[in-house]
Design a protein around this ligand. Structure first.
Ligand code: S5P
Length: 456
C-alpha cells in the first residue's frame, strides 16, 4: 500500500474528517482524526503494518510495543511480520515502584521501539517511556502513524527521545487536495488553525515562595544542603546529637510526637539551638486530613506546631484545600508536598504526583517545595522537570550507599540524589547511627554540597 492509498482509505472509512470540531481543549478545529476503527478493516490494517515495517526495518531494537488501545493490534501485526518479540504495558496503572506492569517476555535493559497511532504534544509519549523505563526497558524511539503535532519532535527530543512518523498533517492535506477531496478553502483553514495554535506552554511559574527563598538563602549562607532527620525519642539524645551536628545542617527535621519526655521546655530550647547553630526548623508531621481538622492539628494541641515550625509536610490525598486549612492567615509558614515517597510499595503513582504539582501551581504561596524520591538520576531529573515553578526538591531515603531497611525504606546515594535534582538531602540514620555522627555529618554535608555546586 502506498501512503497516498492509505490516506484515501482513511478518508473513505471516516477516520480523517474535515469540518468543524470542538476539541477537549474547547478549541474549534477544522479537522479530526480518529484511527480507532481502522483495525476493523483488514486491508487497512495490513497496509499500515506493511508501511510501518518498511519504516522501521533498519532501526535497532529488541522488542516492540504499541500503546493501547489502537496501536496495540497494529504493533502485534508488525511484530509478527518482523518476527520480533512483542510486549505491552497494562493500561490500568499499578502503584509507583511496584513493577510487573509489563506483559510479555524481555530481558532487563532491552531496547524497545514504541508504536502509536497519533502524536499531539508528546506528553503522553514521555509518560509511557517513563513507565517502561521503571520496568527496566530502554526506550529511544517512537513511531507514529500520523504526526499532527506542532513540535512533537522537539518536545520528545528534550527528553532524549526520537520521533519518527509515517505521515504528517501537511502531507495528508496535500494528498487529499491533489485528489480533490478537500477544497482550497479547507486547506487554508487548516493552515490558519495550526498557525494560530500557541506552542504548548512548558514555561515555569516565575513566582518564588518566600520560604523557598529563605531556605535557598540559608543554604548559600551556610554552604550546606543537608537536612538532618533527628528521629530520636528522648530530649537528651535529641540535644546531644544537635551539639554534635547542628553546625553542619541547613535545616532540622523533627518528628516531635516521638519524643517520650516532651515538655514545654522542648520548643524554647530547640529555638535557642536553631538561632545559635543557624538552622531552619521543619516538622515532618505529614498532615493528611480535611482542612478543618489539619488546621487544629497544626495550630492547637500539645505541640502547637505552627508556633515554631516554619515548614511542615503535606499529603495531598484529601485534596488541595488542605493547604488552605493549614496555612490560611498565617505568616511565614509553608509546606513540602509529598509528591513521591521513598518507601517500597507506596501507593503514590504518576497521576497522583501530577495532581500534587497542579495543586501547588494553584497555591504557590503555601508550597515551598516537594518531597520526592527516584530510582536513578534520570528518573529524578524527569520528575523534577515537571515541577510547576521554583519549588525545591527535598529528598529523604539518602545514604552513602544504595540499599534498604527491613521496613520498606529505600536509599539512593548522595550523588544520585543531588545529581538528579535534589536541592536538599534529608538524612536520618545515615548520620544518627554512625560511630562518629559529627564526622559523618561533615562528610554528608561536603559530598552533598559538592554535588549541588556541580549541578547548579
Ligand atoms: O518519602 C519519605 C518522606 C519522608 S519525609 N520518606 C522518608 O523517609 N521521609 C522521612 O525521612 C521519614 O519520616 C524519616 O524521618 C526520614 C528518613 O530517615 P532515614 O533514617 O531513613 O534517613
Amino acid at each position: 500500500m502506498t501512503k497516498e492509498q492509505f490516506v484515501l482509505d482513511l478518508e473513505k472509512i471516516g477516520a480523517i474528517k474535515f469540518g468543524s470540531f470542538t476539541l477537549k481543549s474547547g478549541l474549534t478545529s477544522p479537522f479530526y482524526f480518529d484511527l480507532r476503527d481502522m483495525i476493523s478493516f483488514p486491508f487497512i490494517l495490513e497496509g499500515i503494518a506493511d508501511l510501518l515495517v518498511e519504516r522501521i526495518k533498519d532501526m535497532e531494537f529488541d522488542v516492540l510495543t504499541g500503546i493501547p488501545y489502537t496501536a496495540l493490534p497494529i504493533a502485534s501485526l508488525v511484530a509478527s511480520k518482523m518476527q520480533k518479540p512483542l510486549v505491552y504495558m497494562r493500561k490500568e496503572e499499578k502503584a509507583y515502584g511496584t513493577g510487573n506492569n509489563v506483559i510479555g517476555k524481555f530481558v532487563k535493559g532491552a531496547k524497545c521501539l514504541v508504536i502509536d497511532d497519533l502524536i499531539t504534544t508528546g506528553a503522553s509519549k514521555i509518560e509511557t517511556a517513563e513507565k517502561y523505563e521503571k520496568e527496566g526497558i530502554v526506550i529511544k524511539d517512537f513511531v507514529v502513524v500520523i504526526d499532527r503535532s506542532l513540535n512533537g519532535t522537539e518536545e520528545l527530543a528534550k527528553d532524549g527521545y526520537k520521533l519518527h512518523s509515517l505521515i504528517t498533517l501537511d502531507e495528508i492535506v496535500q494528498l487529499l487536495k491533489s485528489n480533490n477531496l478537500i477544497t482550497d478553502e479547507k486547506v487554508r483553514e487548516v493552515e490558519e488553525f495550526t498557525a494560530s495554535l500557541n506552542k504548548p506552554k512548558t514555561e515555569k511559574v516565575k513566582y518564588i515562595n518566600p520560604l523557598t527563598q529563605k531556605l535557598l538563602d540559608k543554604m548559600k549562607e551556610k554552604k550546606s544542603n543537608l537536612v538532618l532527620s533527628l528521629d530520636v525519642t528522648t530530649q537528651k539524645e535529641f540535644f546531644n546529637m544537635l551539639d554534635k551536628v547542628g553546625d553542619e545542617i541547613v535545616m532540622l527535621k523533627t518528628h516531635v510526637d516521638i519524643i517520650d519526655d516532651y515538655d514545654e521546655e522542648f520548643v524554647p530550647k530547640l529555638q535557642e539551638y536553631a538561632k545559635r547553630q543557624n538552622f531552619l526548623i521543619f516538622e515532618d508531621r505529614k498532615f493528611a486530613d480535611i482542612g478543618n481538622t489539619v488546621r487544629h492539628q497544626f495550630r492547637s494541641g500539645v505541640y502547637k506546631i505552627s508556633d515554631w515550625a516554619e515548614y511542615v509536610t503535606v499529603h495531598m490525598v484529601a485534596g488541595e484545600l488542605i493547604l488552605k486549612g493549614l496555612f490560611e492567615g498565617l505568616e511565614n509558614r509553608a509546606g513540602f508536598v509529598l509528591a513521591r515517597m521513598s518507601s517500597k510499595g507506596n501507593l503514590l503513582n504518576e497521576t497522583y504526583t501530577r495532581k500534587c504539582f497542579e495543586a501547588a501551581k494553584k497555591n504557590p504561596q503555601w508550597v515551598a517545595g516537594f518531597i520526592g524520591h527516584g530510582n536513578s538520576v534520570e528518573d529524578i531529573k524527569r520528575f523534577k522537570a515537571k515541577f510547576p515553578g521554583s519549588e525545591l526538591l527535598m529528598m529523604p531515603g539518602v545514604k552513602k550507599e544504595k540499599g534498604s531497611d527491613a521496613m520498606g525504606q529505600q536509599y539512593i546515594t548522595i550523588e544520585e540524589a543531588v545529581g538528579g535534582g535534589a536541592d536538599c538531602i534529608i538524612v536520618g540514620r545515615g548520620i544518627l547511627k554512625a560511630d562518629d555522627p559529627s564526622k559523618e555529618a561533615k562528610l554528608y554535608r561536603e559530598r552533598a554540597w559538592k554535588a549541588y555546586k556541580e549541578r547548579v
